[in-house]
Design a protein around this ligand. Sequence first.
Ligand SMILES: [Zn+2]
Length: 189
Amino acid sequence: MNHAQLTALGRALRLLGEHGEALTADTPDTRLHEVRADLRRALDLLEESVTAAAPATRCAEHPNGPVDESAPDLCLLCETRRRAARRNEFNGGPLPHAPAESAPSRYGVRGDRPQPQQRWLPELWNGQEWQLCGTPRRDRREAELYLAAQRRGPRAAMAYRLVHEFTDYEVLRVWGTPVKVDIEPLGNL
Ligand SMILES: [Zn+2]
């Protein structure tokens, strides 16, 4: 916001304050129309003054990241991470009675598939495109230290970047009621 914008916006906002002070049950409609016009003018000035995009989420880490309306901070990335943590908690521990290989299925069970995980990929700009320049790390700090070391190297690339990779499974809907049951011994199987 430059000085002229600041002055104009300040004046417009103070005027609105005065309208508020003067407002009574007897305020005539003509006056209300004036208030509306002044309010619009203030809003226009404000829109001209704001340069950066409004943050989409309330998350300090991902202010312009994807939005999840149901998340307290509106951050889809963090909410996905929290859901994964909650799910791990909920699913925690083996079933008390089920033998390890009790659910033979050609599709396997959830535990056979990869768990939600996140990795940080160090990448460099090779002059044409971004390419992986080191082992993906499980730890963000470690990846950052690695990239910092690369940048200080004798043959450092023009640019580096750190990419956050996140894989997750989300249960969308459940049919029926999953109850833990004791499994009968399967004879000769
Ligand atoms: Zn976030």
